[in-house]
Design a binder for this molecule. Sequence first.
Ligand SMILES: Nc1nc2c(ncn2[C@@H]2O[C@H](COP(=O)(O)OP(=O)(O)OP(=O)(O)O)[C@@H](O)[C@H]2O)c(=O)[nH]1
Ligand SMILES: [Mg+2]
Length: 292
Amino acid sequence: MCTVCGCAADDATISGETPMSGDYVHAPSGPDHHHSPHPHPHAAHHPRSHQDAHALEHPGGAAPVLSSEPRLVSIERDILAKNDALAMHNRRHLATHQILALNLVSSPGAGKTTVLVRTLSALMERLPVAVIEGDQETSADADRIRATGAPAVQVNTGRGCHLDAEMVAQAFDRLPLPTGGVLFIENVGNLVCPAGFDLGEAHKVVVASVTEGEDKPLKYPHMFAAADLMLVNKCDLLPHLAFDVEALIANARRIRPDIGVLRVSASTGEGFDCWLAWIDTARALRQAAAAE
Ligand SMILES: Nc1nc2c(ncn2[C@@H]2O[C@H](COP(=O)(O)OP(=O)(O)OP(=O)(O)O)[C@@H](O)[C@H]2O)c(=O)[nH]1
Ligand SMILES: [Mg+2]
């Protein structure tokens, strides 16, 4: 049980790059990826303090007063500290192999997998790529990714509501690492818990679709504070909706003033030139930083 968000994070299973019936194993503990150090440039935006962990556990605001609260606080701190240490191992491992890792987060159905399928189709011919897919159940998203020809591993979190750094470290062993390229991580569809868990990625990218309402950054501030880029997806639907994109962007920037914003449609490909250019720039910056 993860006391930070109350989910059963130890319930996770990982299935291989090539899925086979029954190919689900319990994720063993303890990664062994120790490589050169690589600092995380946006660590300050990640909500990893106790207050933030507490806010995740009690997103409505007022938290019940529990007699065992000091012990809970201590356990929350331990969980986040352990995750951060493993995330740093992942980050070093990725830096050693000059891999840009992007952690895609969103509410369920905002379009993460659809964005990935189109992105991979555009990138695969010129860059090594790989995908870690996080879902509570099914290998459906990994199957969609593999249909593009890209290697993918599915992590099923069971009752857990987010990926953590240990699950990602274990998934590394099941994937051909995309040396010099891009590792995409699709997190569990959830705008709350994935915000609190660093996976070792270079950037969190939040996918906000135009069918969700302009208020999401204000209701789920930790996620938008943790993300470096917001993809406003499903823009092809705007002519049919009463949705104010400018209001969504203003709300996101109230939470994270320097968040990048790109308007896209994973269905039509609108905005994908800019998204692909953003990935190329992020990759170049990461490689330059790793070479220092
Ligand atoms: N019109 C339109 N539909 C989209 C777009 N992107 C995704 N969809 C649709 O939205 C639905 C959900 O898309 P997914 O890519 O599965 O969303 P997801 O975020 O991966 O969902 P989870 O993994 O379940 O959290 C599907 O029916 C997609 O076809 C888009 O740009 N425009
Ligand atoms: Mg998906």
